[in-house]
Write a protein that binds this ligand. Structure first.
Ligand SMILES: [Zn+2]
Length: 98
């Protein structure tokens, strides 16, 4: 399986964000499965969160540091117990910028 670069992941994430976070039908840049997920973990009141974007099939993706999620996004409170967070955002392999 060819490893997708950070830039390729970011391109796909941009596409997903342009369609209001809808990942259905978008192929994973690494394995091709249409099983991409996006999650925001952070502070609902401050409306800041880190972005996790991953593929549920090959458990690979990217993580963006703290920023402002789009309006209407669901922010998962970052102070939830680790086990609860893991159930929502799995421990996927993160690709970093080269
Ligand atoms: Zn994949």
């Amino acid at each position: 399986m060819r490893e997708a670069s950070w830039d390729e992941w970011l391109d796909v994430l941009d596409d997903v964000l342009e369609s209001d976070g809808n990942t259905s039908g978008t192929a994973c840049p690494r394995c091709g499965a249409a099983r991409l997920r996006i999650a925001y973990v952070g502070d609902v009141d401050e409306w800041i969160a880190s972005t996790s974007f991953w593929c549920e099939s090959c458990l690979t993706g990217i993580s963006l540091s703290t920023g402002r999620p789009p309006a209407g996004a669901e922010i998962i409170p970052g102070d939830r117990p680790h086990a609860e967070l893991l159930a929502l955002v799995p421990d996927f392999h993160i690709i970093w910028p080269a």
